[in-house]
Design a protein around this ligand. Structure first.
Ligand code: ZN
Ligand code: ZN
Length: 177
């Protein structure tokens, strides 16, 4: 089971757009969890950003070995050494977090495009969850596990795993099923 948790003011409409597509891509049950307040210390006022690792460790730990928790934040996220991150994942704790703020066209001064926004959010969610199953970055630019340096990389790739990543994913999940 994949638990999707809204963090802070993140709108539930974002979660509801993701539950079904995530369930069909991972072939697993996907549920919306209770809202998590961002923990003290996670907001770095001087950067006006949240620190991804703080939020990751505040997410509810998945129960079983096959379970995952995905946090969704509608605010900017960073990791030390990087200006910002779209998301972060931990294989060991089986948790991931994504930020949707930079996925909106409005963020770049362009007119809103809701379809594009939800497509990008789904790709980021699948990508970070893919990392929690032990998948690395994929050289195939159309594969969801391809590294996105910019949003145009994200827009070029699909929301699904390429056949190679799909095989790896199946193998890595097999012992827990
Ligand atoms: Zn990645
Ligand atoms: Zn791939």
């Amino acid at each position: 089971m994949i638990l999707v948790v809204p963090i802070g003011i993140t709108g539930r409409y974002i979660l509801h757009a993701l539950l079904e597509p995530l369930s069909s891509i991972f072939g697993d049950e996907v549920k919306a969890g209770e809202r998590l307040q961002a923990p003290d210390g996670s907001w770095i006022a001087s950067r006006r950003q949240y620190m991804a690792s703080f939020l990751l460790s505040a997410l509810p730990p998945p129960r079983g070995r096959s379970d995952r928790t995905l946090g969704i934040l509608d605010a900017d996220l960073f990791a030390p050494g990087l200006n910002f991150v779209f998301g972060q994942a931990s294989v060991d704790s089986r948790r991931a977090v994504i930020s949707v703020t930079r996925l909106r066209e409005e963020y770049y001064g362009a007119p809103p495009n809701e379809t594009l926004f939800f497509e990008r959010a789904l790709k980021e969610a699948v990508h970070e969850l893919g990392h929690t199953y032990g998948l690395g970055h994929c050289p195939d630019p159309r594969c969801v596990m391809h590294f996105s340096n910019t949003l145009s990389d994200t827009d070029r790739k699909g929301s699904h795993f390429c056949p190679t990543c799909e095989v790896h994913l199946t193998h890595m999940r097999a012992p827990f099923r």
